[in-house]
Design a protein around this ligand. Structure first.
Ligand SMILES: [Zn+2]
Length: 418
């Protein structure tokens, strides 16, 4: 009882901290891009470009939503029926039911089943992105990528499972406290190490070669007072024609990455505009904000899971006696999947606000609304983004403002509206 009392108290504190951090660090109040400017921008885009982007997204929806539904059903089947517990027992059997085998092999087996069930939908999606000329990957390359992400997931997931169930065994009543701290620590650690340990598994990163563009970008960073040692180029063209840039890592591992496709498709001025947006993320410490919110949210999630573990009806459905039993991993997966789906729109909302702030930063830094708008137009055209997506889909999942919103923001900026 004492442990549960403390867990509820700490959960309340974490939720208050989460709300406070989000209230302070997320730019909630941004003037919306004027709709009239959005419609004007939309009207100026070539009709066939808009139609093709919309056809692309219509073709993507069936695999995306069917895959989501099947993945959810599979996770629920693992957690709300004894299926998951059975798989964990089976994985432990060759090892005499040893708890490490159950926790690591059993846990990975349950996740793998859900992944494999949704694989056909990922393959279906691949046929669409190839048909529309976005992906340049053969089935071989696609399969290698999937195998690599399974392997990375197995290493990180295996270590997390081992750590979690070790703590549960050592502190059967207070594991929530150690597990919450450990999970938050893992989120922070991953923010540091993913750019140097995980991203290179999928792409090769090379410093942008010396020349006027590199000099211009480093000068831009200096003018923005953002310490940038290097701008890296990723060999994205090995799998996609899409163009992108991003900033990842924290402190010593912070880097700005530009896709090589961007360098071949966009004008140097447009690359400057994109990098100015990425500098906005650095300047406002957006990776740090995401990491802090992620760490607090993950810790809160672990404690909520502990408290949920006293719901005997749920345990009975899963055929387990305790949420801390490795055989309950299917239940944990089901809860996490539902939480991810429910939290998705909130996450997307926060992301859009942060992206809009980075756009505003790019406009301020370059003072070049014309190039910014041309860059958004090109980004949308090359990536086949729906320039003005349906509201429900935008609210559900859009991580960035729409193309017409971003073009409209540039038009408002050019008129002197800040
Ligand atoms: Zn961004």
């Amino acid at each position: 009882m004492t442990s549960r009392f403390w867990a509820a108290g700490v959960l309340a504190v974490l939720l208050v901290a989460l709300i406070t951090v989000a209230a302070v660090l997320v730019p909630w109040h941004r003037p919306p891009a004027p709709r009239a400017d959005q419609l004007a921008a939309l009207g100026q885009l070539p009709a066939e470009q808009v139609a093709r982007a919309r056809a692309f997204h219509s073709a993507l929806r069936p695999p995306a939503y069917a895959g989501l539904a099947v993945g959810l059903l599979a996770a629920l089947a693992m957690g709300l029926t004894p299926l998951g517990a059975g798989i964990v027992s089976l994985a432990g059997r060759p090892f005499g039911g040893n708890w490490v085998a159950r926790a690591v092999l059993g846990g990975l087996a349950v996740v793998l089943v859900v992944e494999v069930v949704t694989l056909p939908f990922a393959a279906w999606r691949h046929t669409v992105v190839v048909r529309y000329g976005i992906s340049t990957q053969s089935w071989g390359g696609w399969a290698v990528d999937i195998a690599k992400s399974f392997a990375v997931g197995a290493v990180i997931g295996g270590l997390a499972l081992l750590g979690f169930y070790t703590v549960v065994r050592l502190a059967p009543r207070w594991w929530w406290a150690f597990a919450a701290a450990g999970a938050a620590g893992l989120v922070v650690l991953l923010s540091f190490v993913v750019p140097v340990l995980v991203e290179p598994v999928f792409n090769k990163f090379t410093p942008m070669s010396a020349g006027p563009l590199r000099t211009a970008l480093l000068e831009l960073a200096e003018r923005d007072r953002v310490p940038v040692r290097d701008v890296l180029v990723a060999d994205a063209s090995r799998r996609t024609r899409a163009v992108n840039a991003y900033v990842s890592g924290l402190g010593p591992t912070r880097r700005i990455v530009v896709y090589d496709t961007m360098l071949s498709q966009a004008t140097p001025d447009e690359v400057v505009s994109v990098v100015a947006h990425e500098l906005g993320h650095s300047r406002h410490n957006d990776v740090r904000t995401g990491t802090v919110i992620g760490a607090l949210g993950t810790a809160a999630g672990v404690i909520a899971l502990f408290l949920l573990g006293s719901w005997t009806g749920l345990l009975r459905l899963a055929g387990v006696a305790s949420i801390g039993d490795p055989r309950a991993i299917g239940l944990v997966l089901a809860v996490a999947t539902v939480a991810g789906l429910v939290g998705g729109p909130a996450q997307a909302f926060v992301s859009r606000r942060i992206e809009a702030r980075a756009d505003a930063h790019a406009l301020e830094l370059t003072g070049d609304a014309t190039t910014f708008e041309a860059m958004q137009d090109r980004l949308g055209a090359v990536n086949l983004s729906d320039p003005d997506p349906p509201t429900w889909e935008y609210v559900w999942s859009a991580s960035h403002p729409s193309t017409v919103e971003r073009m409209a923001a540039a038009r408002a900026y050019a008129r002197g509206e800040r």
